[in-house]
Structures are given as C-alpha cells and as structure tokens.
Design a protein. Structure first.
Length: 93
C-alpha cells in the first residue's frame, strides 16, 4: 500500500526542485488510484465512499485525476462504479 501523503510530499519536493510547470501555482496534476476490488460485489458502500474520501484527502482533491489502479475488467458492480464517480464529484466539489 502506498503512503499517499508521503508520495504527494515527495512529488511536491521534486516539482519545486526541478521547476516543473505548475497549474494555478500548484504542482502539475497527479493521479490517485483506487483499488478496483472495492467496486466488486459484495462491498459495503460506506467503505467505498470512505476510501474515496481518504484518497482525496491524502492527495488533495484539486488537480487530481481519480483513477482505478487496474481499470475496469467487467467484474465490477455498475452501481458501485457509479457510486465511485459520484463520490469523487461530491467530495471534491
């Protein structure tokens, strides 16, 4: 499991040292990967929303690409996929 906060801090340091382009004064967009297994049934919807929230808090909701680590394979529950997308939108708004 990746320590998301440490990863973001490491990227921030590297961006600052390398004068990497910024967006609105912040480092370029980074990608947060959610474990795709959280979208397979049976899954507690409350746990899924909590994991999305944790990802957004750890990495910061602005200029983040919310992604799935492995992409969709067809095993996922469409309702949970919709909940993932809706949760990213509502939490990061």
């Amino acid at each position: 499991n990746t320590d998301r906060r440490a990863a973001r801090n490491g990227l921030q340091t590297a961006f600052n040292q390398l004068s990497t382009p910024t967006v609105r004064g912040k480092p370029a967009t980074i990608q947060g990967n959610l474990n795709v297994k959280l979208l397979e049934s049976p899954m507690d919807e409350t746990l899924l929303v909590a994991e999305v929230k944790r990802m957004l808090i750890d990495l910061g909701p602005q200029d983040l690409i919310a992604n799935l680590g492995e992409g969709l394979s067809g095993k996922e529950d469409p309702k949970l996929v919709a909940l993932f997308i809706d949760s990213v939108h509502s939490i990061s708004a």
